[in-house]
Design a protein around this ligand. Structure first.
Ligand code: HEM
Length: 502
């Protein structure tokens, strides 16, 4: 055989091995007689062109029928997309003991900041969740409220300067992110991030880098998705080194300063320091678990920063976008703000904010139409038979809950593209299935920062509506296009609106 024939023979063999491998993998759902979407080698049901992750979710959800799920493939891996609300309730709430893991990649050894509460599993997650939840009680929110208002006043002053110096059409997303960055810095860590004063402050730059300039290539992403253990062996990191170094050193310095000067604050960092020193926060379980290392403390602090600023600033941006397009809703919202503030001598207190229920409805409706987290995931700890079917979800399989699709399903929300905050009156909420709103997830692993996220979004919106009017500008995108480079739902090219002082 000449060398060309050998090469050709080898190539044909490799192609047929790959083809046979995928054919076998792709028979998984067919063999089980499930409703599934036909995959394509080698991506499975992932799209070949660059689109937002959300488009992938929508393309699977379209195949829903009367059965509780649609089978699909990510590369060669079969996954379940839960489509019935009852089944979703089983996964997130009723059978949580079998679905307490989220799946996804983290690498504690090479990339310590990736091992945070969102990613970790088992006893470690339970420990962190139990110990850190008390940071977010309503009592704590009331306590932090004046600090958030203080940052909102700085936010208002910064915006006033921009508007005064001729800005009547602005990109607003960046300044919202600067506001929420400073709020999280103050409330969670007692750190002045300074990003309202300086748009290029270190915190804002690293935040921008994480969400707007992710350097994590698609090949590495697919590797961590399909072969997480191999990725760990290959020392694959999720975070750029400069981001890790910055957060690790900031947390080290903060802890050092507090310990040397005996500073005690009623904040998230204080809880973390107690856990590092093995002190009991409540009576139970503290001696069942080793102390947290400084890297573990930094990982949780990092998560709160990342989870806290982008989601809330996007929610503010989407709310104002819809208010600009719907002037009657904007006027009703502003009237509520003015009326309630007048009753409270013009002061934005915790109690005054509680009375502004229409603003809460606007936030919920914005999260319905534009949920920053477009899908939730859970992983089966043991084999699990889907109720009323013969299908077994095998141990280790991942289940996706398509938040965006549920929020846009006309059978759940008639005319889903219409922005209507009255969908979230207490009566309307009662009339819907409890799983029909998943903006903060649900069950024991829902968003631990829900109250904080709502609070900072609400204070931001109240401040803006009280001082400014919003309208579409020639640069406002209608309909919105989402940025395919970012997993969280963010508008491509920012959020451009017309703004005027009132
Ligand atoms: C509007 C604002 C926010 C939205 C829409 C949001 C949304 C979400 C969603 C959808 C999840 C996944 C829930 C699930 O899987 O069931 C989540 C988890 C989480 N969020 Fe938020 N979030 C927001 C604000 C915040 C804030 C302000 C913080 C902290 C300061 C925070 C911290 C977390 C953490 C730590 C988790 C993981 C919880 C766990 O695994 O136990 N979030 N968030």
């Amino acid at each position: 055989m000449d060398s060309l024939s050998i090469i050709l023979w080898c190539l044909i063999s490799i192609v047929s091995i790959i083809f046979t491998y995928f054919r076998k993998k792709y028979s998984y759902w067919k063999d089980r007689g499930a409703n599934f979407v036909e995959p394509t080698i080698p991506l499975g049901n992932l799209p070949f062109r660059k689109v937002h992750l959300n488009d992938f979710i929508v393309s699977i959800y379209q195949h829903k029928n009367k059965t509780p799920f649609v089978g699909a493939y990510i590369l060669a891996k079969p996954i379940v997309m839960a489509t019935s609300l009852d089944f979703i309730q089983n996964i997130l709430v009723k059978d949580f003991s079998n679905f307490h893991e989220r799946g996804g990649y983290y690498n504690e050894v090479d990339d310590p900041l990736s091992a945070h509460m969102f990613a970790v599993e088992g006893e470690k997650w339970k420990f962190l969740r139990t110990k850190l939840s008390p940071t977010f009680t309503s009592g704590k929110m009331k306590f932090m409220f004046p600090t958030v208002v203080e940052v909102a006043n700085r936010f208002n002053a910064t915006l006033a300067e921009i508007v005064k110096s001729g800005g009547s059409e602005l990109e607003l997303r960046d300044i919202f992110a600067r506001f929420t960055t400073d709020v999280i810095g103050s409330c969670a860590f007692g750190i002045e991030c300074n990003s309202l004063k300086d748009p290029n402050s270190e915190f804002r730059c690293y935040g921008r880098k994480l969400f707007e300039d992710p350097k994590f290539g698609i090949a590495l992403f697919l590797l961590t998705l399909q072969y997480p253990n191999l990725a760990r062996k290959l020392h694959v990191k999720l975070l750029p080194k400069d981001v890790s170094d910055f957060f690790l050193s900031t947390v080290r310095e903060t802890i050092d300063y507090r310990e040397k000067n005996n500073v005690k604050r009623n904040d998230f960092m204080n809880f973390l320091i107690q856990m590092k020193n093995g002190q009991s926060i409540d009576d139970e379980s503290s001696n069942q678990m080793r102390k947290l290392t400084i890297e573990e403390v930094a990982a949780q602090a990092f998560l709160f920063f990342v989870a806290g600023f982008e989601t809330s600033s996007s929610t503010m941006a989407y709310s104002l976008y819809e208010l600009a397009l719907n002037p009657k809703i904007q006027e009703r919202a502003r009237q509520e703000v003015k009326d309630v503030l007048a009753k409270h001598e013009g002061k934005l207190t915790y109690e005054a904010a509680q009375e502004m229920t229409y603003i809460d409805q606007i936030i919920s409706e914005a999260l319905r139409k534009y949920p920053p987290v477009v899908f939730l995931t859970r992983k089966a700890a043991q084999d699990y038979q889907i109720p009323n079917t013969k299908t077994i979800i095998e141990k280790g399989m991942e289940i996706m809950m398509p938040v965006y699709c549920i929020h846009h399903d006309p059978e759940i929300y008639p005319n889903p593209e219409v922005f209507d905050p009255d969908r979230f009156t207490p009566e309307q909420i009662r009339n819907r299935h409890p799983m029909s709103f998943l903006g903060f997830g649900d069950g024991p692993r829902n968003c631990v920062g829900l109250r904080f996220g709502r609070m900072q979004t609400k204070i931001g919106l109240i401040t803006l509506l009280n001082n400014y009017g919003f309208r579409p500008s020639p640069k406002t995108a209608v309909p919105l296009v989402f940025n395919p480079d970012v997993g969280v739902l963010t508008p491509k090219g920012g959020m451009h609106l017309g703004i005027e002082k009132i």
